[in-house]
Design a protein around this ligand. Structure first.
Ligand code: PMV
Length: 326
């Protein structure tokens, strides 16, 4: 592939995401729906650096930096950079020297880490696109997603691939592991609140916990996964058809099934209950659980009251967003 190093700085960004329904069961090939959070983004810039510097990788929010050549294989920014460089020129006589251009890649993110909002995949997609663009190549969604999936494996062990997919496509997706993502259009404006419990969530541990319990009681868990699959299909119909009121009870039901799977926490249940009591149409944990965030679907006129109730219930942060606008 033809690549050339340009001397102009480039910037690319990628959104966060929320899983509306189907987390965990999606690891077992059941469907899930995720939507991008276009106003909460990770941004990556690549700027030229002095000759022979190599590629410097800077995680500005974490105050960490390294040269690509010194970074271990598990380093997430190094892994995405190596993936991009290998994709752009997989030959052994790599014209960029195998360690990238003389440049500095800097990442900043508005997304909380370990909170189920896709921070890792957003950083990977933004970085992959920025580095490729710096080298004269725009990555399409499929390739940005595939390269980021490799890094998701470092973060999560056995990811379904839903995070990198929804973030790279930046469109609502109905996702089944191992099949092409189905992007779809939202039929009305949905108002969501996202509330952070402030408790860090390890997706890797949450997924491993479900796997242990599934192995111990496969019939029970397969039935839970199938019930979630049925509600995900109903949710897709509601979201695509713009039926806001039909979606609420489906979110509630999904939260109950996630509780049965053992991935909720009293702190998450408290936020979910507070949202419902203040007028949310439905609420549930989102992402890996055992910490992280909940989402609440609200009628616009109740958004302020639900937000106040979430804050009173000790949410560390609350974001307000709309889906399907414009
Ligand atoms: O990265 P998170 O916390 O949004 O979790 C991803 C969702 C899971 O279904 C729990 C795991 C996966 O790989 O799909």
């Amino acid at each position: 592939m033809n690549t050339h190093t340009q001397t102009m700085p480039v910037e690319r960004s990628a959104p966060g995401k929320v899983i509306l329904c189907g987390e965990h069961s999606v690891v077992y090939k059941r469907p899930a729906i995720a939507v991008p959070l276009s106003d909460l983004r990770a941004r990556a810039t690549v700027v030229p650096a002095p000759k022979n510097q190599g590629l410097r990788l800077v995680a500005a929010d974490l105050d960490e930096e390294t040269l690509l050549q010194d970074a271990p294989p598990q380093h997430p920014l190094a892994a995405i950079a190596r993936g991009v460089l290998g994709y752009l020129d997989p030959t052994p006589t790599f014209p960029l020297g195998g360690e990238g251009p003389d440049a500095t890649l800097t990442v900043r993110s508005a997304l909380p880490i370990a909170a189920g909002l896709g921070s890792g995949a957003a950083v990977s997609v933004a970085s992959a696109r920025a580095l490729a663009a710096y080298l004269g190549h725009e990555l399409d969604a499929e390739m940005a997603s595939a390269l980021s999936y490799e890094v998701e494996k470092i973060h999560h062990g056995t990811p379904s691939g839903i995070d990198n997919t929804v973030i790279a496509y930046e469109q609502p997706v109905y996702f089944v592991k191992g099949t092409p993502p189905q992007v779809f259009t939202i039929g009305a404006t949905f108002h969501l609140l996202i509330a952070d419990s402030g408790i860090p969530s390890s997706t890797r541990e949450a997924v491993a916990g479900v796997r242990r319990r599934w192995e111990a009681a496969p019939e029970t868990y397969n039935e839970l996964f199938d019930r979630i699959a049925a509600l995900v299909d109903a949710a897709r119909t509601a979201v695509a058809g713009g039926d806001v009121r039909a979606l609420g009870p489906l979110l509630d039901e999904n939260h109950s099934l996630l509780c049965e799977m053992g991935v909720s926490l009293p702190e998450l249940d408290r936020l979910v209950d507070a949202a419902r009591a203040a007028g949310a149409l439905g609420a549930k944990l989102t992402g890996g659980g055992a910490g992280g965030n909940i989402i609440a679907l609200v009628p616009p006129e109740r958004a302020g009251a639900v937000l106040a109730a979430l804050e009173a219930a000790s949410a560390a942060r609350v974001w307000q967003t709309t889906l399907g606008e414009g």
